[in-house]
Design a protein around this ligand. Structure first.
Ligand SMILES: Cc1cc2nc3c(=O)[nH]c(=O)nc-3n(C[C@H](O)[C@H](O)[C@H](O)COP(=O)(O)OP(=O)(O)OC[C@H]3O[C@@H](n4cnc5c(N)ncnc54)[C@H](O)[C@@H]3O)c2cc1C
Length: 411
């Protein structure tokens, strides 16, 4: 881990650019780059076995799953969203969603830690300076650094419009952050946090309902990349979640947390427009939901097999109905990842809505199908149910996805 002072970026005054532009202009000599990982690989059976082995114990304990994070660090999966030029796998969103789905099918908490890591990585790729790319991306690729997203706050709302975390510019050009974040996945385990703060007053014409309102985030917000061991940044994992209990989803406070300007990701005040572009990447939390739904379906088949239930046509058809829902959810997540629809951002929102609803339905139906066996507290179907519910609540919440889809209709 390093301190934010080591994020010695020479600011690029041009602001955020498309990924391809960023790398086309990258002066970093190709020969000096870390060798990129070969073709983006899906999780190996060994990785999945190890992640599966941690899931139940972490759920029972409700403690941050350090063992799962160690598996992720060694798996190569943390390299997914890092371009090959910087030591990564350069995976596209189809591969990324597939990997997240497969991890979620054995360990949903690990899947959201992986998802958040890849999401932060992508924001760095899209908005970082060359210096940030050079310093941070290789560490994110080789597993030295796990990244986390610290956007939410207890009173900010699902749409992150009323942030209490403030960032003030100091006379010497640094920033002083003060505030408290909640629901940060990988709190205390992450090596770097992408912290969202209000750095300027919101202008009156950018409030809710104005033509500049992007629906998520507000004008005058800025992103900062802060290492986990930076003075003033304090994680707290005392939050007791109903599901995703191994994911170390907790609080992160920043108290008199001074960071250099090189810790800023993107231009000051433009975080909302960075957030608005996130969904265009095609990476979908729906992939987590599909993985959980698949795990539930597998549990139903295992039960049918054990109890000789395939002999009943009604049972077989019930399983077909469940499989159809899983397959449909997978298809829409895959479509989001392909980014070939007329509006890929909208497709990503639809994929989260469709997959999270499907997962909750499938898990509830499988729980009923399992009969009394599924009513035993320790049956994994109960963990799947609690984990599936979290996907709808994760940002953008399903309610907010609906708002983002429908906002343009009201202009
Ligand atoms: C397991 C888990 C992991 C998470 N990980 C992270 C993380 O890593 N980083 C992070 O920053 N956050 C994370 N979150 C937080 C998540 O992103 C949500 O944004 C946050 O929980 C929203 O808070 P809320 O539901 O209390 O918001 P509230 O604003 O209190 O919402 C209450 C209800 O109103 C709805 N609502 C609110 N505003 C609107 C609106 N404008 N339009 C329509 N409906 C609305 C919400 O959907 C919700 O149902 C995580 C949450 C969970 C459960």
């Amino acid at each position: 881990m390093g301190s934010a002072d080591s994020l010695t970026a020479v600011r690029d005054s041009a602001g955020p650019r498309a990924m391809s532009d960023t790398f086309a202009e990258d002066p970093f000599p190709a020969g000096a780059r870390q060798a990129g990982r070969s073709a983006p690989a899906l999780p190996t059976p060994e990785t999945l076995e190890r992640l599966a082995a941690c899931a139940e114990a972490a759920d029972l304990a409700g403690e941050p799953d350090r063992a799962a994070v160690e598996v992720l660090r060694r798996s190569g999966l943390l390299a997914l969203a890092v371009p090959k030029s910087h030591g990564g796998a350069g995976a596209d969103a189809v591969v990324l969603n597939t990997c997240v789905e497969q991890v979620a099918s054995v360990n949903a908490s690990a899947a959201i830690m992986l998802f958040q890591h890849c999401a932060v990585t992508s924001r760095i790729v899209e908005n970082g300076t060359f210096a940030q790319h050079r310093e941070v991306l290789p560490k994110l690729a080789d597993g030295r650094w796990l990244a986390a997203s610290a956007w939410s706050e207890s009173a900010a709302g699902a749409d992150k419009k009323n942030l209490g975390t403030l960032a003030h510019r100091t006379p010497d050009g640094a920033w002083l952050l003060d505030g408290a974040k909640s629901f940060t996945t990988s709190a205390g385990l992450a090596d770097v946090y992408l912290v969202l703060a209000q750095s300027q007053e919101e202008s009156p014409d950018s409030g809710p309902g104005s033509s500049r309102d992007t629906g998520y985030g507000a004008a005058g917000q800025t992103f900062f990349l802060i290492p986990g061991d930076h003075p003033g940044l304090v994680p707290d994992t005392s939050m007791r979640l109903a599901g995703m209990r191994g994911s170390a989803t907790g609080f992160v406070s920043v108290r008199e947390c001074r960071v250099p300007d090189s810790a800023r990701l993107g231009a000051p005040g433009v975080a909302a427009s960075i957030i608005a572009r996130v969904r265009n990447s095609g990476a979908s939390l729906g992939a987590v939901a599909v993985g959980i739904a698949q795990a539930a379906l597998d549990a139903a088949h295992a039960h049918a097999e054990r109890r000789g239930l395939y002999a009943h046509q009604a049972v077989r058809h019930r399983l077909v109905n469940l499989a159809t829902q899983v397959e449909s959810a997978r298809a829409v997540v895959e479509r989001a990842g392909r980014r070939t629809s007329a509006d890929p951002g909208m497709t990503t929102l639809f994929s989260k809505l469709a997959a999270s609803a499907a997962a909750e339905r499938v898990v509830a139906d499988v729980a009923r199908f399992l009969g009394s066996a599924g009513y035993v507290e320790t049956h994994p179907i109960n963990r799947f149910g609690r984990d599936a519910r979290a996907v709808a609540l994760m940002g953008p919440t399903d309610d907010l996805c609906k708002e983002l889809v429908s906002l343009p209709w009201n202009r």
